[in-house]
Design a protein around this ligand. Sequence first.
Ligand code: DX5
Ligand code: ZN
Length: 215
Amino acid sequence: MPIIAPSFLASNFLRLEEECNMVNNSEAEWFHLDVMDGRFVPNISFGLPVIEHIRKATTKICDVHLMIEEPGKYAADFRKAGADNLCVHIEACPNLHRNIQQIKELGMKAGVALNPHTPVHLLVDILHEIDLVNLMSVNPGFGGQKFIPYTLEKIKQVRRMIDERGLNVHIEIDGGVTFDNAASIVAAGADVLVAGSTVFNSKDPVGAIAKLKSL
Ligand code: DX5
Ligand code: ZN
Protein backbone atom coordinates (compact mmCIF):
# COMPACT_ATOMS: atom_id res chain seq x y z
CA MET A 1 0.00 0.00 0.00
CA PRO A 2 1.36 3.44 -0.88
CA ILE A 3 2.35 6.10 1.61
CA ILE A 4 -0.15 8.97 1.44
CA ALA A 5 1.22 12.50 1.73
CA PRO A 6 -1.56 15.11 1.88
CA SER A 7 -0.36 18.41 0.41
CA PHE A 8 -1.14 21.27 2.78
CA LEU A 9 -1.13 23.73 -0.11
CA ALA A 10 -4.79 22.77 -0.50
CA SER A 11 -5.59 23.00 3.23
CA ASN A 12 -7.55 25.76 4.93
CA PHE A 13 -4.81 28.00 6.37
CA LEU A 14 -7.29 29.67 8.69
CA ARG A 15 -7.85 26.30 10.34
CA LEU A 16 -4.39 24.86 10.08
CA GLU A 17 -4.46 23.18 13.49
CA GLU A 18 -7.69 21.33 12.65
CA GLU A 19 -6.24 20.32 9.30
CA CYS A 20 -3.14 18.94 11.05
CA ASN A 21 -5.31 17.00 13.49
CA MET A 22 -7.35 15.59 10.64
CA VAL A 23 -4.18 14.23 8.98
CA ASN A 24 -2.88 13.04 12.38
CA ASN A 25 -6.05 10.99 12.80
CA SER A 26 -5.88 9.55 9.30
CA GLU A 27 -3.90 6.77 7.63
CA ALA A 28 -1.57 9.30 5.98
CA GLU A 29 2.05 8.85 7.00
CA TRP A 30 3.58 12.07 5.67
CA PHE A 31 2.71 15.78 5.71
CA HIS A 32 3.64 17.20 2.27
CA LEU A 33 4.66 20.85 2.61
CA ASP A 34 5.14 22.89 -0.57
CA VAL A 35 7.47 25.87 -0.38
CA MET A 36 7.46 28.27 -3.37
CA ASP A 37 9.56 31.37 -3.90
CA GLY A 38 7.91 33.12 -6.86
CA ARG A 39 11.15 32.66 -8.83
CA PHE A 40 11.61 28.96 -9.48
CA VAL A 41 7.84 28.72 -9.84
CA PRO A 42 5.34 31.48 -10.65
CA ASN A 43 3.70 31.36 -7.22
CA ILE A 44 4.51 32.00 -3.56
CA SER A 45 3.15 29.67 -0.87
CA PHE A 46 4.44 29.49 2.70
CA GLY A 47 7.79 29.10 4.38
CA LEU A 48 9.73 28.52 7.58
CA PRO A 49 7.44 29.99 10.27
CA VAL A 50 4.43 28.03 9.03
CA ILE A 51 6.42 24.79 8.90
CA GLU A 52 7.70 25.42 12.44
CA HIS A 53 4.11 25.54 13.66
CA ILE A 54 3.01 22.50 11.69
CA ARG A 55 5.99 20.62 13.18
CA LYS A 56 4.59 21.26 16.65
CA ALA A 57 1.20 19.89 15.60
CA THR A 58 2.38 16.46 14.42
CA THR A 59 4.80 13.62 15.01
CA LYS A 60 4.33 12.35 11.45
CA ILE A 61 7.01 12.81 8.80
CA CYS A 62 7.29 16.37 7.48
CA ASP A 63 8.08 16.00 3.78
CA VAL A 64 9.21 19.43 2.59
CA HIS A 65 9.18 20.07 -1.17
CA LEU A 66 11.29 23.10 -2.01
CA MET A 67 10.26 24.80 -5.24
CA ILE A 68 12.86 27.49 -4.75
CA GLU A 69 16.12 28.65 -6.27
CA GLU A 70 19.34 28.22 -4.29
CA PRO A 71 17.83 25.70 -1.82
CA GLY A 72 21.26 25.11 -0.26
CA LYS A 73 21.06 28.54 1.38
CA TYR A 74 18.06 27.45 3.42
CA ALA A 75 18.59 23.73 4.08
CA ALA A 76 19.78 24.25 7.67
CA ASP A 77 16.83 26.54 8.39
CA PHE A 78 14.37 23.96 7.14
CA ARG A 79 16.03 21.34 9.33
CA LYS A 80 15.59 23.68 12.32
CA ALA A 81 11.98 24.27 11.37
CA GLY A 82 11.42 20.52 11.58
CA ALA A 83 11.75 19.02 8.10
CA ASP A 84 12.37 15.25 8.03
CA ASN A 85 12.61 14.97 4.24
CA LEU A 86 14.00 17.80 2.16
CA CYS A 87 13.39 17.66 -1.56
CA VAL A 88 15.13 20.01 -4.00
CA HIS A 89 14.51 20.45 -7.73
CA ILE A 90 17.16 19.12 -10.09
CA GLU A 91 16.47 22.12 -12.36
CA ALA A 92 17.40 24.53 -9.53
CA CYS A 93 20.66 22.81 -8.51
CA PRO A 94 23.80 23.13 -10.64
CA ASN A 95 25.68 21.52 -7.72
CA LEU A 96 23.12 18.87 -6.87
CA HIS A 97 25.60 16.43 -5.33
CA ARG A 98 26.68 19.10 -2.84
CA ASN A 99 23.05 19.88 -1.97
CA ILE A 100 22.34 16.19 -1.34
CA GLN A 101 25.39 15.81 0.91
CA GLN A 102 24.38 18.89 2.88
CA ILE A 103 20.82 17.65 3.39
CA LYS A 104 22.06 14.27 4.62
CA GLU A 105 24.70 15.82 6.89
CA LEU A 106 21.94 17.90 8.47
CA GLY A 107 20.17 14.65 9.35
CA MET A 108 17.36 14.74 6.80
CA LYS A 109 16.33 12.34 4.06
CA ALA A 110 17.32 13.74 0.68
CA GLY A 111 14.88 14.05 -2.18
CA VAL A 112 15.24 15.16 -5.79
CA ALA A 113 12.25 16.48 -7.73
CA LEU A 114 11.95 16.45 -11.52
CA ASN A 115 9.67 18.70 -13.56
CA PRO A 116 7.48 17.00 -16.18
CA HIS A 117 9.90 17.84 -19.01
CA THR A 118 13.04 16.68 -17.21
CA PRO A 119 14.33 13.28 -18.38
CA VAL A 120 14.68 10.65 -15.67
CA HIS A 121 18.09 9.53 -16.97
CA LEU A 122 19.54 12.64 -15.29
CA LEU A 123 19.18 10.64 -12.07
CA VAL A 124 21.64 7.88 -13.03
CA ASP A 125 24.65 9.27 -11.21
CA ILE A 126 22.81 10.51 -8.14
CA LEU A 127 20.18 7.82 -7.51
CA HIS A 128 22.44 5.86 -5.14
CA GLU A 129 22.90 8.96 -2.97
CA ILE A 130 19.25 9.84 -2.39
CA ASP A 131 16.21 8.62 -0.46
CA LEU A 132 13.40 9.97 -2.60
CA VAL A 133 12.58 10.89 -6.18
CA ASN A 134 9.65 13.27 -6.61
CA LEU A 135 8.28 12.97 -10.13
CA MET A 136 6.14 16.03 -10.77
CA SER A 137 3.00 14.98 -12.61
CA VAL A 138 1.96 18.62 -13.15
CA ASN A 139 4.03 21.73 -13.71
CA PRO A 140 4.96 22.89 -10.21
CA GLY A 141 3.47 26.01 -8.72
CA PHE A 142 -0.20 25.31 -8.22
CA GLY A 143 -2.55 22.73 -6.77
CA GLY A 144 -5.61 21.43 -8.55
CA GLN A 145 -4.02 20.78 -11.96
CA LYS A 146 -4.57 17.82 -14.24
CA PHE A 147 -2.27 14.76 -14.05
CA ILE A 148 0.09 14.48 -17.05
CA PRO A 149 -0.37 10.85 -18.25
CA TYR A 150 3.20 10.49 -19.60
CA THR A 151 4.34 10.48 -15.95
CA LEU A 152 3.39 6.79 -15.87
CA GLU A 153 6.22 6.06 -18.33
CA LYS A 154 8.65 8.00 -16.16
CA ILE A 155 7.58 6.08 -13.06
CA LYS A 156 8.26 2.76 -14.81
CA GLN A 157 11.68 3.95 -15.93
CA VAL A 158 12.70 5.14 -12.46
CA ARG A 159 11.35 1.96 -10.86
CA ARG A 160 13.55 -0.05 -13.24
CA MET A 161 16.60 2.12 -12.47
CA ILE A 162 16.08 1.65 -8.72
CA ASP A 163 15.47 -2.10 -8.90
CA GLU A 164 18.37 -2.76 -11.27
CA ARG A 165 20.69 -1.13 -8.75
CA GLY A 166 19.09 -2.82 -5.75
CA LEU A 167 18.41 0.55 -4.13
CA ASN A 168 15.80 1.59 -1.60
CA VAL A 169 14.52 4.92 -2.94
CA HIS A 170 10.95 6.19 -2.70
CA ILE A 171 9.13 7.26 -5.86
CA GLU A 172 6.72 10.05 -4.97
CA ILE A 173 4.14 11.33 -7.43
CA ASP A 174 3.11 14.92 -7.01
CA GLY A 175 0.22 16.63 -8.79
CA GLY A 176 -3.22 15.70 -10.01
CA VAL A 177 -3.48 12.45 -8.04
CA THR A 178 -7.13 11.34 -7.92
CA PHE A 179 -9.19 8.24 -7.10
CA ASP A 180 -9.24 7.53 -10.84
CA ASN A 181 -5.48 7.45 -11.44
CA ALA A 182 -4.01 6.39 -8.06
CA ALA A 183 -4.12 2.65 -8.82
CA SER A 184 -2.32 3.02 -12.16
CA ILE A 185 0.32 5.25 -10.54
CA VAL A 186 1.02 2.61 -7.90
CA ALA A 187 0.94 -0.20 -10.49
CA ALA A 188 3.61 1.70 -12.48
CA GLY A 189 5.90 1.55 -9.46
CA ALA A 190 5.31 4.60 -7.26
CA ASP A 191 5.08 4.17 -3.50
CA VAL A 192 4.25 7.69 -2.27
CA LEU A 193 1.16 9.58 -3.41
CA VAL A 194 0.96 13.32 -2.77
CA ALA A 195 -2.62 14.54 -2.82
CA GLY A 196 -3.79 18.09 -2.25
CA SER A 197 -7.22 18.79 -3.70
CA THR A 198 -8.34 15.16 -3.62
CA VAL A 199 -7.89 15.15 0.16
CA PHE A 200 -8.61 18.67 1.35
CA ASN A 201 -11.50 19.44 -1.02
CA SER A 202 -13.26 16.25 0.02
CA LYS A 203 -16.23 16.31 2.42
CA ASP A 204 -14.59 13.37 4.17
CA PRO A 205 -10.81 13.92 4.02
CA VAL A 206 -9.97 11.05 6.37
CA GLY A 207 -12.05 8.74 4.18
CA ALA A 208 -10.40 10.13 1.05
CA ILE A 209 -6.98 9.31 2.47
CA ALA A 210 -8.08 5.77 3.35
CA LYS A 211 -9.54 5.32 -0.13
CA LEU A 212 -6.34 6.54 -1.87
CA LYS A 213 -4.37 4.08 0.23
CA SER A 214 -6.55 1.11 -0.59
CA LEU A 215 -7.10 1.64 -4.34
C1 DX5 B 1 2.40 21.59 -6.93
C2 DX5 B 1 2.72 21.01 -5.58
C3 DX5 B 1 1.82 19.90 -5.22
C4 DX5 B 1 0.36 20.28 -5.13
C5 DX5 B 1 -0.47 19.08 -5.41
O1 DX5 B 1 3.37 22.51 -7.29
O2 DX5 B 1 4.04 20.52 -5.54
O3 DX5 B 1 2.25 19.25 -4.03
O4 DX5 B 1 0.02 20.82 -3.89
O5 DX5 B 1 -1.80 19.46 -5.42
P1 DX5 B 1 -2.92 18.61 -6.16
O6 DX5 B 1 -2.95 17.29 -5.50
O7 DX5 B 1 -4.16 19.42 -5.93
O8 DX5 B 1 -2.54 18.54 -7.61
ZN1 ZN C 1 4.70 19.18 -3.81
